[in-house]
Ligand binder design. Structure first.
Ligand SMILES: C[S@@+](CC[C@H](N)C(=O)[O-])C[C@H]1O[C@@H](n2cnc3c(N)ncnc32)[C@H](O)[C@@H]1O
Length: 394
């Protein structure tokens, strides 16, 4: 077996409840059944070849991180963490001159502070390398070459190597942010929940900085999630194979198709959001094909019959404002869907179940998701078509 054929265990993490969606996406990206892909809590475990891991890091719209576990051990205290981690062969992972960064998360363990646990692991790596080669590596908090993850759960530590460049929702297409932007992979999950495949018109009437519109454009054009990133992450690892990466990139980029003008459109009441969305779109190849209007959805002209609407309306906690007004906005949006969008399918993100009843009609499906620190719910609505009689006019 050549090194290219060899499979290694990976953990591909995702936000809560997206595990099965991620498993489906990995299959679409060419990860075969033989990889033993299994949805587990907050991710998928799979045994991947080098080519497959590059496909996942470059192609996925849903994954948060791609990690290769280096080792797991009982870790009841800081000394065990330090001693065990210092025995790992860091010399083979971090080359002279390379920088690194640790991220850590800790739950239900004797070591309660993730920052402190990360510091202990950093000391173990630095000391181990100083002993091995007489020089200490530098930490770079912003753009490290090598990223290492410590996951400590119920006193069981897992140390992993990142194959992604940190958290993958940062696509690199949104330099112009607004307040309360949606995470890109959450927008991608909402589009999957809508079962949108790029064949029906897609609208977002609360588009903010345009995250849902841009994710939709990526779906419709088969643009890989890593297309706008300068760095994928795996390029600095000791096992990096540039030929395999070139092959993956060429293969996935060859599948990209142009965006049909008018297929995707959005609007927002706030002019700075509209400007941000337009500027974000302008910096991508989707420029000219996505329209973003300025206006209150209640006053929009036109009929949006038979569209797919994926949207993230405003809410009190993040946007500020009067609760009553926000409830009224959801009620008006329900009316808007019924009157202006018959025969449509809508996915609405609710920050709080109390807004769901304002929409009037019942969802057909739904799921709980995490938007940053907020627990949110995405519901799917099938908006009834208008009944036409023989003498009815359009
Ligand atoms: C939660 S934010 C959407 C964020 C967006 N998904 C993003 O990623 O940037 C809600 C948006 O609704 C807009 N909004 C509030 N009231 C509106 C109205 N009546 N009509 C249209 N847009 C409205 C706000 O300006 C805000 O940009």
């Amino acid at each position: 077996m050549t090194p290219e054929e060899k499979r290694h265990p990976f953990f591909i993490s995702c936000a809560r409840n997206l595990e099965n969606m991620l498993l489906a996406e990995l299959k679409e990206l060419g990860v075969p059944e033989a990889s033993h892909g299994k949805a587990v809590h907050l991710g998928v475990e799979a045994e991947l070849t080098r080519e497959e891991v590059y496909r996942v890091v470059y192609g996925s719209l849903l994954a948060s991180r791609v990690l290769r576990p280096l080792g797991s051990f009982e870790c009841p205290d800081e000394n065990t963490l330090y001693e065990t981690a210092a025995d790992f062969n860091w010399d083979a992972l971090i080359r002279p001159g390379q920088t690194f960064k640790i991220s850590a998360s800790v739950a239900d363990s004797a070591l309660t502070h993730s920052h402190y646990a990360a510091l202990k692991l950093k000391d173990a790596i630095v000391d181990s390398l100083r002993e091995a080669r007489g020089e200490r590596p530098d930490v770079d908090k912003d753009n490290p070459d090598i990223r290492i993850n410590l996951f400590l759960h119920r006193d069981q530590a897992t140390i992993s190597l990142y194959y992604s460049d940190g958290i993958m929702h940062k696509r690199g297409y949104r330099p112009h942010a607004v307040e309360a932007p949606l995470k890109e992979n959450l927008a991608a999950a909402m589009l999957r929940l809508a079962r949108w495949d790029g064949s029906e018109p897609l609208r977002d009437f609360f588009c903010g900085s345009g995250t849902i519109l841009l994710e939709a454009a990526m779906v419709a054009t088969h643009t890989p999630g890593g297309f706008f990133r300068n760095v994928q992450g795996f390029e600095a690892l000791p096992d990096f194979n540039p030929e395999t990466w070139d092959k993956v990139k060429l293969d996935l980029d060859a599948k990209i198709i142009p965006l049909k003008p008018g297929l995707i459109g959005g609007a927002d009441i706030d002019s700075s959001s509209v400007l941000a969305a337009r500027a974000n779109i302008k910096a991508t190849p989707f420029h000219g094909a996505i329209s973003v209007g300025l206006g209150d959805f209640r006053k929009l002209d036109g009929n949006f019959e038979g569209s797919v609407i994926v949207t993230n309306p405003p809410y009190g906690v993040r946007v500020g404002g009067d609760e009553k007004e926000v409830h009224k906005l959801y009620e008006d949006f329900g009316y808007f869907l019924k009157t202006k969008c018959p025969g449509s399918r809508a996915v609405i993100l609710f920050p709080d179940p109390s807004y769901e009843k304002d929409i009037w009609f019942k969802p057909t499906r739904g799921m709980f998701l995490d938007n940053g620190a907020l627990d949110v719910r995405a519901n799917v609505y099938e908006v009834k078509s208008v009944q036409r009689t023989a003498d009815s006019k359009d």
